[in-house]
Design a protein around this ligand. Structure first.
Ligand code: GLC
Ligand code: CA
Length: 577
């Protein structure tokens, strides 16, 4: 590891106040983006070789999922050294070159900050296993439940279930105590109550800012402050309770975030911050993004991506139908709540979610293109900063694996074995996985129609989606009517029209089962979006929208569009004045 950044990386970039409000962010999941050396795993030089593609798309920021040293139990979200790059992805020099290459193209870079937990192979945790070490208190160690033999069944300090199934406590022979891991046993939770932990993290963040990064996407950041460690009441038929309900949004969350902001100069240096916050509410998000509080710029809510799970059910794999009015209502609530204070992030997709076009749209060959476009139109016409996940701009779809052997993700594998041990039908489990597993998002990026979609010259770590022969970047760049070009135009609209960025948001027809229509208003400019969010014809009631006389169509999915009868997944954006 070289400790000094190369000269190129520290090219200074312009970061005016609130620059991120007019930005579009593109998320790269490095493992699945582009492989430069034929080992079947995407890497940093692979990303660097594709920068012109990103510039052509027009995005302003790249959010890079973790590339740090890691045993890869959770594909890099288990970090063993925050200040080094994993050899699988390259070296620090490669990252310096990537940062420089992005900055040369006017694109900023956001690093993933995973500081709720480390890897169990991080030197801090290795030291912490020793009860006499000064690092003992850097993690959450607890004795067994009173009256239970250490390591025996039921002896875990609380009845919490980890996010990846199984107990959130792992027994450690050496001291006869347990440590807390809200995710896998290889992801022990850091104890943020300890000021030395916080200091070490802020120092590390400053080191990255000095190296040229423009901000942070903060992994499960609302878990850093924990509520009291105690038992909860399990659902019928279960022995454990989901740890999120018990630990999320702890009492010191705002304090820790404000302290971090000051210690790293997040606001002072106009760095961009977005906090991933499962279990956050509008209230927690409002307080975390209120500029007066100097915490974060944006939050990733999970509410809209939980609407297709059964309320009060066993979690994300407990599927439920999604209704359009419910989805519109939820997004609208966030729009209204963060209209005057704070700022929204806008996303359908990321590396933890199934592919948007399969989930919210219609990925059949007949409707895939138009539904991917319409999803994008609706996303980009809400008020907030849009996040595009790699391949979303191509309308990439779920992969529909049929056997558990095809899955790689720790969440999928642990869910499968846990659900079967609880007596669930294997077909049900496999169906849930094919709809919701994170592997869907992680199949390799589809660059062209050559073998393995041009992702690698070796054997990809996860199979390429067979539809790459038609769904791929090279083909879409050639086709002016592709999903890719639709995204390009949406990004350009944001850059050209302040009303897209700042316009006041209003949802019309909230209860309509097919039509999604909103207006955005800035001074005397009014923008109207109408969209058919269904695979059937739909009509917009003329009395429900503003008069279209003289309106200019800024972007439409279909040619010759004029009537208020919309084709399946047809959408339009008008400028009314
Ligand atoms: C976040 C990440 C996810 C990871 C988890 C634990 O939710 O996005 O990929 O598994 O945190 O770090
Ligand atoms: Ca590689």
């Amino acid at each position: 590891m070289t400790s000094e950044p190369t000269q190129a990386a520290v090219v200074s970039v312009d970061r005016p106040t609130d620059w991120w409000k007019s930005a579009v962010v593109y998320q790269i999941y490095p493992r699945s983006f582009a492989d430069s050396n034929g080992d079947g795993i995407g890497d940093i030089p692979g990303i660097t070789s594709r920068l012109d593609y990103l510039a052509d798309l027009g995005v302003d920021v790249v959010w890079l999922s973790p590339v740090y040293a890691s045993p890869m139990d959770d594909n890099g979200y288990d970090i063993s050294d925050y200040q080094d790059v994993d050899p699988m992805f390259g070296a620090l020099d490669d990252l310096d070159r990537l940062i420089a290459g992005l900055h040369e193209r006017g694109i900023k870079i956001v690093m993933d900050l995973v500081v709720n937990h480390t890897s169990d192979e991080h030197s801090w945790f290795i030291q912490s296993r020793d009860p006499a070490s000064p690092k003992r208190d850097w993690y959450w160690w607890r004795p067994p439940r009173p009256g239970f033999e250490p390591g025996s069944e039921g002896a875990e300090p609380t009845n919490w279930e980890s996010a990846f199934s199984g107990s959130a406590w792992q027994f450690d022979e050496r001291s006869g105590e347990y440590y807390l891991h809200l995710f896998s046993p290889k992801q022990p939770d850091l104890n943020w109550e300890n000021p030395e932990v916080r200091r070490a993290i802020y120092d590390m963040m400053n080191w990255w800012v000095d190296r040229g990064v423009d901000g942070f996407r903060m992994d499960v950041i609302n878990l850093i402050s924990k509520h009291e460690l105690g038992d909860g009441v399990p659902l019928p038929g279960r022995t454990r309770v989901s740890c999120f309900f018990f630990t999320a949004n702890g009492p010191r969350l705002d304090e820790f975030l404000a302290e971090m902001n000051a210690a790293v100069g997040l606001d002072a240096r106009n760095l961009v911050t977005v906090g991933e916050m499962p279990g956050s509410t509008i209230e927690t998000a409002r307080s975390a993004t209120d500029p007066e509080n100097h915490e974060l710029n944006m939050v990733f809510t999970f509410e809209h991506v939980s609407l297709d799970s059964r309320p009060g059910g066993s979690g994300k794999f407990d599927l439920a139908p999604l209704s359009l009015p419910a989805l519109k209502k939820n997004l609208n609530e966030w729009q209204v709540a963060l209209a005057e204070v704070g700022w929204n992030s806008l996303y359908w997709d990321n590396h933890d979610q199934p592919r948007a076009v399969s989930r919210f749209g219609d990925d059949s060959s007949e409707h895939r293109v138009n539904s991917a476009k319409t999803l994008a139109t609706v996303q980009h016409m809400h008020r907030g900063t849009p996040y595009i996940y790699q391949g979303e701009e191509l309308g990439m779809t779920n992969t529909y694996f049929s056997s558990i052997e095809q899955y790689r993700d720790i969440e999928s594998l642990r869910y499968h074995s846990d659900a079967l041990s609880l007596g669930m039908e294997v077909e049900t489990v496999l169906h849930s996985l094919s709809v919701k597993s994170r592997d869907n998002a992680r199949t390799p990026m589809q660059w062209d129609d050559s073998s393995h979609a041009g992702f690698t010259e070796g054997i990809p770590w996860l199979p390429v989606n067979p539809n790459y022969l038609t769904v791929n970047a090279a083909a879409e760049i050639e086709d002016p009517n592709s999903v890719f070009h639709h995204f390009r135009k949406l990004i350009k609209l944001r850059h050209d029209h302040p009303v897209v960025v700042y316009g006041r948001f209003e949802l019309l027809l909230p209860d309509h089962e097919q039509i999604w229509t909103v207006t955005r208003t800035l001074d005397d400019q009014v923008l109207l979006m109408i969209a058919n969010w269904s695979s059937q014809l739909a009509s917009v009631p003329p009395e429900a929208i503003p008069d279209l006389t003289g309106a200019q169509v800024l972007l439409a999915t279909h040619e010759d569009s004029a009537a208020l009868e919309l084709e399946p997944w047809e959408s339009r954006i008008y400028l009314l004045s």
